[in-house]
Design a protein around this ligand. Structure first.
Ligand code: CAA
Length: 385
């Protein structure tokens, strides 16, 4: 019985912290969400708020200044924030994504140098893997790093990088050995944003997550010391893949938050909105839609929580589960937000109401940190092993 209770009970401290985050999200983040989206504004004030409440400590162990509360708590927080503002949730997600390579593979010196200042929220990281010609296939990247004495010299342009221009440092993946072939000669480096040769290139105008800057960082002969190399030379592809095995859960949690936020809004609206002398929730056409939306969210949450437990326990099938959670929750976000717009009808299609923003924000969750086609590839490959 104890094992069963262990499987199904979320620790009380997690639920208490979730309630605190829910309150902060409702009272402080929700009122800013529409203008953050409208003005495509990076929300520095919300960032400070998260730092004040120790939310940036969630991805980190206590020895590096974090809360040491694990993957489930982090993703419960991401869900709560994404329920009201997906762009704000992304700040917390990238605080994890951009530091995971150091946490999982970095030297003690790199961990001590970078992690505590990220856990406090003072520093912001970025994860620079994709390139204009290498998205789903990062093994085909052309950014290169060449050793010169005790330094590495990095040249290349990355693409679709979250936190562009905001980040204090970039984890950059570069080819260090062309001879060993696709994906094997790649190495990961930390590149601080104030190094000569680094510049901020094109910033994208996006459909959703508009409060988060995305674009092309340019590395033009940027020199970093050998100590900035993460893990071993030639191990970069594995660093990236292992990072994504963890961080895809953040996308799942964000997607789930978007879906639940839209479902909650539509359900409340359907009680208020009257047509033919009744609340529209009294019509089966609407009531069954709302029932399906709620069911999809609940199913996604179960899969997400299970995948979080697997990551925290380092279970061998954690990559498969994190891909499944990301796939299911992001497809749920898309279908639920489309239905939420339908429940609101004409009001769903205009900016006065938040559901059109939820729909726009949902789309990226099927694309970033590996498209859903890539998630299906990861899952299907795991079946043949
Ligand atoms: N953990 C550790 N190692 C792994 C691994 C994992 N999960 N997956 C693969 N590897 C290793 C393999 O074991 C193999 O090593 P060996 O040859 O030594 O055995 C090596 O990596 C190559 O593996 P594959 O042959 O499977 O590689 P592949 O080229 O076929 O690619 C892929 C596999 C799953 C398609 C991978 O390319 C992939 O995940 N693509 C999607 C990339 C992605 O998610 N990009 C998102 C960018 S980040 C972002 O979006 C964030 C942002 O800021 C917006």
């Amino acid at each position: 019985m104890e094992a069963l209770a262990d499987l199904y009970a979320v620790p009380q401290e997690h639920l208490d912290f979730r309630d605190t985050i829910r309150r902060i999200a409702r009272e402080r983040v929700a009122p800013r969400a529409a203008e953050i989206d409208e003005n495509a504004e990076y929300p520095h004030d919300i960032r400070e708020l998260f730092a004040e409440h120790d939310l940036f400590g969630l991805p980190f162990d206590e020895e590096h200044g974090g809360t040491g509360t694990g993957t489930l708590m982090l993703n419960m927080a991401i869900e709560e924030i994404a329920k009201v503002c997906a762009s704000s949730a992304l700040m917390l997600m990238v605080q994890e994504l951009g530091t995971l390579p150091i946490r999982l593979f970095g030297s003690d010196e790199l961990k001590d140098r970078f992690l505590p200042r990220c856990a406090s929220g003072e520093w912001t990281p970025a994860f620079a893997l994709s390139e204009p010609e290498a998205g789903s296939d990062p093994g085909g990247m052309i950014t290169r790093a060449v050793r010169d004495g005790d330094e590495w010299v990095i040249d290349g342009t990355k693409n679709w990088i979250t936190n562009l221009g905001i980040a204090d440092f970039y984890v950059v993946f570069a080819v260090t050995d062309r001879e060993v072939g696709h994906s094997h000669g790649i190495t990961a480096f930390v590149v601080e944003a104030d190094r000569p040769g680094f510049s901020v290139g094109k910033l994208e105008h996006k459909l959703g997550i508009r409060g988060s800057p995305t674009g092309q960082p340019i590395f033009d002969g940027v020199r970093v010391p050998a100590e900035n190399l993460i893990g071993n030379e030639g191990e970069g592809f594995k660093v990236a893949m292992a990072t994504l095995d963890h961080s895809r859960l953040g996308v799942a949690a964000q997607a789930l938050g978007i879906a639940q936020g839209a479902a909650d809004y539509a359900a409340a609206y359907a009680q208020e909105r009257r047509q033919f002398d009744k609340p529209i929730a009294a019509f089966q056409a609407i009531a069954f839609k709302l029932a399906d939306m709620e069911t999809q969210c609940a199913a996604g949450r179960e899969l997400l929580y299970k995948a979080c437990a697997k990551v925290d326990r380092h279970e061998p099938d954690m990559g498969k589960y994190s891909a499944m959670a990301k796939l299911f929750c992001s497809d749920t976000a898309m279908s639920v937000t489309v239905e939420a717009v339908q429940v609101l009808g004409g009001y769903g299609y205009v900016k006065e109401y938040p559901v059109e923003r939820y729909l726009r924000d949902a789309k990226i969750t099927q694309i970033y940190e590996g498209t859903n086609e890539i998630q299906r590839l990861v899952i299907s490959r795991s079946l043949s092993r």
